[in-house]
Design a protein around this ligand. Structure first.
Ligand code: UTP
Length: 298
C-alpha cells in the first residue's frame, strides 16, 4: 500500500455565498479568531503526516501565496521591536521551503476540475484532498482519522457526517454498504439528491483520501450538476473499479463558505482559546444580561 505524502487544497472558487466580502478577498483568507481559514486546513494536513501541499489557486487569490511566503522585512521588524511572541507565532507557522506548490485553475469549472489541475504535481500516488472552507473542530483532525482508517483498508476513504434527511439536496451523499470497523463500505454516491432519492443522509464533509486513477476520469471533463465538473461524479465512476470507504467524523465540521457556519466557527474557536474566551464572552454575557433587564423593565 502506497503511503500518502501529498495533499491538494483547492482555493480557486469564487466564494459567491460570501459576497460582498469575497469580491476582492479570497474566502480562504477570512479569519477565524486570528488565523485565515486556509491555515486550519494546512494544520490539519500536517497533523495527519502530510509532507507536501499543492494549492490550486485562481485569479484574485495572490493573498494566499503571499500568506504562505516568508516575510523577512516583517520578521526583522518584529525582532527589532521586541515583539517576540508574534515573531515566534510566524516562525512556527512557516512551512519549510519546497514543501508547498501552487498550480492554477484558469476558470472555476468546478471542484472536479480544480482537483484535476493538480494531477502532474501529485503523480501516481494516493493523495489527501481538503476543502479549506470546511473547518474541522475536534480532539483529533478529520484527516488524521481518515489516514488511520486507510492503513487498515487501503482504497479510497472519505469522511462523512449525517445531515437532516430533508437537507440531502445541499450535499454529496453516499450510500451505506457493509460495516468496516468504525466506518462502512460505500455503495452509491450522488451529488445533491432530493430527499426522496438520497441513498442515506451521510454527506461528504470535505475530507478525502483518493487513489490517482481518479485523475483519468476527471480528465474526460464531463460536466454534471450545475454544469460544473463534479468530483462526486468521477468518484462514482471509480467506485465501479475500486473500493471506497466512509468514516464518520467524530468532531464537528464548520462550513465557513457560508455566513452562518463562519460565525459559528468563530464562536467555537474563540471559546476554545484560553487567551480569548474570557475577554470576549464575559463582556457579551454582561451586555446580554443588561439587555434582558431593560426588556423586562419595559
Ligand atoms: P465551494 O463550492 O464551496 O466553493 O467549493 P465556491 O464555488 O467558491 O463557493 P460558492 O458556492 O460560490 O460560495 C469548495 C472548495 O473548492 C474550491 C473552492 O475554492 C473551495 O475551497 N473550488 C471550487 C475550486 O478551487 N475551483 C472551483 O471551480 C470550485
Amino acid at each position: 500500500m502506497k503511503r500518502v505524502r501529498k495533499a491538494v487544497i483547492p482555493v480557486a472558487g469564487l466564494g459567491t455565498r460570501f459576497l460582498p466580502a469575497t469580491k476582492s478577498m479570497p474566502k480562504e483568507m477570512l479569519t477565524i479568531v486570528d488565523r485565515p481559514v486556509v491555515q486550519y486546513a494546512v494544520d490539519e494536513a500536517l497533523e495527519a503526516g502530510i509532507e507536501h501541499i499543492v494549492f490550486v489557486t485562481g485569479r484574485n487569490k495572490s493573498a494566499i501565496e503571499d500568506y504562505f511566503d516568508l516575510q523577512p522585512e516583517l520578521n526583522g521588524f518584529l525582532a527589532r521591536s521586541g515583539k517576540l511572541e508574534q515573531l515566534n507565532c510566524l516562525q512556527e507557522l512557516q512551512l519549510p521551503a519546497g514543501s508547498i506548490s501552487f498550480t492554477r485553475q484558469q476558470s472555476p469549472l468546478g471542484l472536479g476540475h480544480a482537483v484535476w489541475c493538480a494531477r502532474d504535481m501529485i503523480g501516481d500516488e494516493p493523495f489527501a484532498l481538503l476543502l479549506p472552507d470546511m473547518v474541522s473542530f475536534g480532539e483529533k483532525g478529520c484527516l488524521a482519522g481518515i489516514m488511520d482508517f486507510y492503513e487498515r483498508t487501503g482504497g479510497n476513504v472519505i469522511a462523512v457526517e449525517q445531515c437532516h434527511p430533508a437537507e440531502t439536496n445541499r450535499y454529496g451523499i453516499v450510500g451505506k454498504g457493509k460495516e468496516f470497523g468504525a466506518g462502512f463500505a460505500i455503495d452509491a454516491m450522488v451529488e445533491k439528491p432530493a430527499p426522496t432519492e438520497a441513498p442515506s443522509n451521510y454527506y461528504i464533509n470535505g475530507r478525502y483520501l483518493l487513489q490517482p486513477e481518479v485523475f483519468a476520469i476527471l480528465g474526460r471533463q464531463e460536466p454534471g450538476a450545475g454544469s460544473e465538473i463534479q468530483l462526486t461524479d468521477a468518484m462514482l465512476r471509480l467506485l465501479a473499479e475500486q473500493p471506497f470507504f466512509a468514516v464518520p467524523f467524530e468532531g464537528r465540521m464548520y462550513d465557513c463558505g457560508s455566513k452562518e457556519g463562519f460565525v459559528q466557527a468563530n464562536v467555537a474557536f474563540a471559546l476554545a482559546r484560553n487567551d480569548v474566551r474570557d475577554h470576549v464572552f464575559d463582556p457579551i454575557a454582561a451586555m446580554m444580561s443588561s439587555l434582558e433587564q431593560r426588556v423586562a423593565a419595559e
